[in-house]
Ligand binder design. Structure first.
Ligand code: IFM
Length: 399
């Protein structure tokens, strides 16, 4: 089967403010880091706050059509209801620089970090959270709406909720199911209201969320538990999108790995294949992406985007192959009729990987921590070739 990607397919890279900008004094993750809850502090990160034109140039030279970034809420609204002109102008310049380079601007409003005043006012589990978030969203749309091509309100809501309210290793560090439910309800409400705000003020900008998705691989597919687990997997993956299905213009998927489960009674045992594990301990499973894309398109009939897919691979021996097999899975899903419109590699740069600090290396480029120079890895050039190849000619089906 021969199949090209659609002409308007977006090839991209992604990163997020707290993980790359540096010096994020003023948000809750910075505070969490100072409490010693992470391997190390984010510090100056990649200094992308100052070096964003270099990052944009790297994305442009890769041959990307789009760059996914996020805004850092405390830089835009350092005090409740008081917006920073400098913060807004900074992001405007960044967005204009991207446009100049032919990059579509995909902006995430909330990629896990909140201003301290928001946390002190109760955080996501407080009833005020929706009002605070929608006010931030309104300001962004009013001020920067003309410079945004796609808008993601919330990145992977499930992770900060599970980890922040059940496991307690992300801020706000709670283990409280009641607060978890309140926070989840508020996030859903906040997204729904933001969607309406955007549609009123900038109806042309597509709006949605993006979700971290899990896929289970089975070693004994004939087990009676098979269809039950598959059903649970779908419920789990699509919970948020189900709640907002009338308020999303696309379906965003972040996909990294599959989990191999041996259904050995009495317990289902997680059994990732050692050989395939990445530095994150994740199993490489491109068929999982294929399955998700088919499922997302079938369920919602809205354009589907992979807003994150990547591998931590310090020696850079596996990254190019990882991208190759996953993009082939995307191409196959398109060939099967799924309306997939974009693929974003996570990440352009090695960046701050939350609890794990800088010990994980997802970047197409490494960072020289002394000079903050970006050093493209071999896989940067492989991805560049791959994009050019896909744009230029039709490809053979994967083996
Ligand atoms: O680095 C994170 C990102 O912030 C959210 N999605 C998963 C990535 C890799 O763990």
């Amino acid at each position: 089967m021969e199949k090209k990607f659609p002409k308007d397919f977006l090839w991209g890279v992604a990163h997020a403010s707290h993980q790359v900008e540096g010096n994020s004094k003023g948000n809750d993750w910075w505070d969490w880091e100072q409490q010693g809850k992470t391997k190390e502090s984010s510090g100056w990160a990649c200094d992308s706050w100052n070096r964003y034109p270099i990052d944009n140039k790297l994305a442009q030279e890769l041959g990307c059509d789009a760059f996914r970034i996020s805004f850092e809420w405390f830089r835009i609204e350092p005090k409740k209801g008081k917006f920073s002109k400098d913060g807004i102008e900074h992001y405007r310049k960044n967005l204009q620089d991207m446009k100049k380079r032919g990059l579509k601007r995909v902006v995430t409003l909330w990629h896990w970090t909140s201003p301290m005043w928001f946390v002190e006012d109760g955080g996501w589990h407080s009833e005020h959270s929706v009002e605070h978030f929608t006010s931030y969203c309104s300001k962004i749309i009013e001020e920067l709406g003309d410079e945004i091509d796609m808008f993601i309100t919330i990145n992977e809501p499930r992770l900060p909720l599970n980890r922040g309210y059940l496991k307690g290793d992300f801020p706000p560090g709670k283990r409280n199911p009641k607060d978890f439910l309140k926070a989840r309800k508020n996030m859903i409400k906040a997204h729904r209201e933001c969607y309406d705000i955007c549609k009123k003020k900038q109806p042309k900008i597509p709006v949605g969320i993006t979700q971290f998705c899990n896929v289970f691989e089975y070693t004994n597919p004939k087990s009676f538990l098979w269809s039950f687990i598959k059903k649970m997997q779908r419920k789990y993956n699509w919970y948020f999108q189900d709640q907002i299905k009338d308020k999303q213009d696309f379906v965003g998927i972040n996909y990294y790995f599959g989990m191999d489960i041996s259904l050995l009674p009495p317990f289902a045992k997680m059994k990732n294949d050692e050989k395939k594990l990445t530095e994150m301990g994740w199993g490489v499973y491109p068929n999982g992406l294929f399955e998700l894309l088919i499922s997302a398109w079938g369920r919602y009939k809205k354009p589907v985007y992979i807003f994150e897919n990547g591998i931590s691979d310090e020696k850079d021996t596996r990254r190019a192959q990882y991208i190759k097999v996953h993009t082939e899975a995307v191409r196959d899903a398109i060939a099967q009729g799924a309306n997939v419109k974009g693929y974003f590699y996570w990440s352009l740069l090695d960046n701050f990987e939350w609890l794990l600090g800088y010990s994980r290396k997802f970047g197409l480029c490494e960072i020289d921590k002394e000079t903050m120079d970006r050093i493209p890895r071999k896989s940067y050039f492989e991805y560049q070739k791959l994009i050019a190849g896909y744009k230029g000619k039709s490809q053979k089906k994967r083996g």
